[in-house]
Design a protein around this ligand. Structure first.
Ligand SMILES: O=C(O)CCC(=O)C(=O)O
Length: 309
């Protein structure tokens, strides 16, 4: 399905995706959080009801409810159709010509960054809460050693956005390989995520709007709207205790997450993904992967200042 015209950006949505999303949304009708007799319990149930009727309404139209792909929309189109409404979108064609898209193999990165010391998240295999307890997992190593750790895959070592301030000097030599996304962002380079096949970021939401820019390899991403929060055992900071909505064992432990409304996509080199503030997401690298994330939008990007907890 495509929608275009004088006032609409060039957007596309596959029918299969739309069908799946409609079915997921309609299943919501069966969900009600466990009944509690007190006033707070009733207020929560009413809030869940409101969120569910809003999703059911959106599900009437695949254009309204689907995950759209846009071909390099202008800044104004992005603002009006996605940024301001808080709607995710996959953007194609905005990174055309970036040298990094051809260059950033493990060998090239190893040759360019060399023996510079880098900070990364390590020891992740030994702890399920490695994202919540980020500080405990900070490690340093020469970049050549880090690349050895990740080139054959695994989730134990990963350079994340959390390490980007510490790694600014080490990665300076990679900057000429990058372009700018002036339609959507101010001029600053993004935060690097670098890891092997199987690197996994568990289900969480961010306290800013985020733009993901895939450079090398592919990532499988699941997006879940904020309306689904009641199903996701949101107990700790910005994390869901479910961790992975594709893992049957986690779903056995958290059955309310089985029917959650979700969107699944694979991000490929040259793709951007806009993830609005408050949208749940989990991310799995399907290969060696290099990706940048940006929060420096041309428009206000606030929220974290008054987040409760
Ligand atoms: O790519 C990843 O592993 C996670 C990215 C992410 O969750 C984010 O940028 O908020």
């Amino acid at each position: 399905m495509r929608k275009s015209g004088k006032n609409a950006p060039d957007l596309s949505l596959t029918a299969a995706t739309a069908d799946m999303q409609m079915r997921m949304a309609l299943r919501q009708m069966n969900f009600m959080p466990a009944a509690r007799d007190d006033e707070t319990g009733m207020a929560l149930r009413r809030r869940e009801w409101l969120l569910d009727v809003m999703e059911r309404q959106r599900a009437l139209s695949p254009y309204a409810a689907g995950l759209l792909t846009a071909d390099h929309p202008s800044g104004d189109d992005f603002l009006h159709h996605f940024y301001a409404p808080g709607r995710p979108v996959i953007i194609k064609g905005a990174m055309t010509g970036w040298p990094a898209l051809d260059r950033w193999t493990p060998d090239y990165l190893a040759a360019t960054v060399g023996e510079a010391m880098v900070e990364y998240q390590g020891g992740r295999d030994a702890a399920a809460d490695y994202e919540l307890m980020k500080d405990r997992h900070k490690r340093t190593a020469p970049f050549s050693r880090f690349i050895q750790l990740v080139r054959d895959g695994g989730n134990d070592a990963y350079i994340t956005a959390y390490n980007s301030a510490a790694n600014a000097a080490a990665f300076k030599g990679l900057e000429p390989d990058l372009g700018y996304l002036d339609a959507y962002l101010t001029r600053a380079h993004g935060m690097l995520w670098l890891g092997g096949e199987g690197a996994f970021t568990p289900l969480h939401f961010d306290l800013t709007n985020n733009l993901l820019a895939q450079v090398t390899g592919t990532k499988r991403i699941i997006l879940i709207p904020p309306s689904q929060t009641g199903r996701l055992a949101h107990r700790r900071h910005v994390f869901s205790d479910v961790q992975d909505v594709t893992d049957p064992r986690r779903l056995d432990a958290y059955p309310a997450a089985r029917d959650v409304l979700r969107y699944e996509l694979v991000l490929t080199p040259g793709d951007l993904l806009f993830i609005p503030i408050g949208w749940w997401h989990q991310v799995r690298s399907e290969s060696f992967s290099a990706m940048l994330t940006y929060t420096n939008f041309r428009w206000p990007n606030a929220g974290h200042e008054n987040y409760p907890g």
